[in-house]
Design a binder for this molecule. Structure first.
Ligand SMILES: Nc1ncnc2c1ncn2[C@@H]1O[C@H](COP(=O)(O)OP(=O)(O)OP(=O)(O)O)[C@@H](O)[C@H]1O
Length: 240
């Protein structure tokens, strides 16, 4: 089986490199240019936020970066691998090993305890060296390793979701509205964890958010408007 794990000879490659991506969705009069010549380069350890109005193309950006969809034109490379070179099955394997996803409310499996959520993600990726308990401990969740999602607070669920996304040591973490279900303090904690993990694990993090209060944790803030991506001025992005 081809594993498509990241080639260590390419460690100097950007974790994510999107070049001139165009994506059109829908048919006929409803056809929309969801991504309009989008280019984005994110280095290992860099934490990038993407803000922008509803319907501007943020989810489409995460989808092509995560090998969940292909742009109509342009290219997407994750740590040097051109995602267009992977067939469906290879893309699924590549995604499991190299890309982590964090969703709004954790998206955990109700019947599994926290450590088992991580174990399952590791097993699906064929990863025998994962250390679920150690990772949970690093995220302050050692005392909750056996708890199921309904026994956890919103912030704790999100920590487990982040740990699960990191369990296979991805080079790229794609995060969609991680604070949508959290209060202000928990939101700060969760985004601070993402910032810390980006630096510590040299994982590139791309986070879509509507929450301007957390932008100070990010290295760069980009804005998506009508499918076009641009850098937001540092002063607007806030400081931390
Ligand atoms: N399957 C689809 N078919 C047709 N149009 C689509 C489809 N999915 C998304 N769109 C359109 O593409 C554009 C970009 O959508 P996208 O979901 O990427 O935006 P978004 O910025 O993530 O929005 P939100 O913040 O509301 O999640 C929107 O105009 C949307 O209506």
């Amino acid at each position: 089986m081809t594993t498509h794990t990241v080639n260590t000879a390419l460690t100097s490659a950007p974790a994510l490199e999107i070049t001139d991506a165009v994506l059109e969705l829908g048919d006929g009069d409803g056809r929309v240019r969801a991504l309009d010549s989008v280019s984005l380069r994110v280095q290992p350890g860099e934490f990038v936020a993407v803000v922008g109005p509803s319907g501007s193309g943020k989810s489409s950006l995460l989808a092509i970066a995560g090998a969940l969809g292909k742009p109509d034109s342009g290219s997407v490379r994750v740590h040097g691998t051109d995602l267009a070179s992977l067939n469906r099955a290879a893309a699924a394997r590549f995604r499991l090993r190299n890309i982590g996803f964090v969703f709004q409310s954790g998206n955990l499996i109700p019947a599994l305890g926290a450590a088992d959520q991580l174990r399952l993600a590791a097993r699906l990726a064929g990863n025998r060296t994962a250390e679920p308990e150690a990772l949970l401990a690093e995220l302050g969740m050692a005392h909750r390793a056996g708890h199921r999602p309904r026994q956890l607070s919103g912030g704790e669920r999100q920590r487990v979701g982040i740990a699960r996304a990191l369990v296979n040591n991805p080079s790229l973490l794609l995060v969609d509205e991680p604070t949508a279900a959290l209060d202000r303090d928990r939101s700060q904690e969760v985004v601070a964890i993402l910032a810390e993990r980006a630096k510590r694990s040299a994982v590139a993090v791309v986070m879509v958010t509507h929450d301007r209060d957390v932008l100070g944790h990010c290295d760069r803030v980009l804005e998506m408007v009508d499918g076009q991506l641009s850098e937001l001025a540092a002063a607007t992005a806030g400081s931390h």
